[in-house]
Write a protein that binds this ligand. Structure first.
Ligand SMILES: [Zn+2]
Length: 153
């Protein structure tokens, strides 16, 4: 039942509406992800709004998400205990702020995906699998405002 503590803490900073699957309404967060999300939010020190967190496998398929997406509440491939990814809405942020956030998340062990409208962050590295290391990647909808190389230390 202690697994519910990080989930409740996450709900302190993010509304249930933001966290829940937009298809099924389910909220099921991997506790490692939930804790890290709260830590990230506290350390960042400013509010963060999220576009997409939990996705049921059905909803993920409906929106054509990656078939092994870490947004899924139940993962067909990876040994997650719930959702391990969030899309931080950064539309309207300055470029400096976006780069600062991507670097900040990376330094805290998050994998980072750059999209014009959001920064995808996930805790894949917490699974400690050789085949799924911390990663930084670009979406098709990214206009190279800055590069992956600028995110690494
Ligand atoms: Zn995402």
């Amino acid at each position: 039942m202690n697994d519910l503590v990080p989930v409740r803490n996450a709900i302190e900073f993010f509304s249930e509406a933001e966290l829940r699957c937009k298809g099924s309404g389910i909220i099921q967060l991997d506790p490692r992800f939930a804790s890290a999300l709260v830590e990230l939010r506290k350390a960042w020190g400013k509010s963060l709004s999220v576009n997409s967190v939990c996705r049921s496998p059905e909803h993920n398929a409906a929106i054509k998400g990656n078939p092994n997406s870490l947004h899924m509440t139940v993962n067909p491939k990876w040994p997650t205990l719930g959702t391990m990814a969030a899309d931080i809405n950064w539309r309207g942020w300055s470029l400096d702020e976006q780069l600062k956030f991507a670097r900040f998340a990376w330094a805290k062990g998050w994998s980072v995906g750059l999209h014009n409208g959001f920064c995808h962050i996930d805790r894949r590295a917490d699974l400690k699998l050789k085949e799924l290391p911390q990663a930084c990647f670009l979406y098709g909808e990214w206009d190279n405002q800055f590069t992956i190389e600028q995110i690494y230390p």
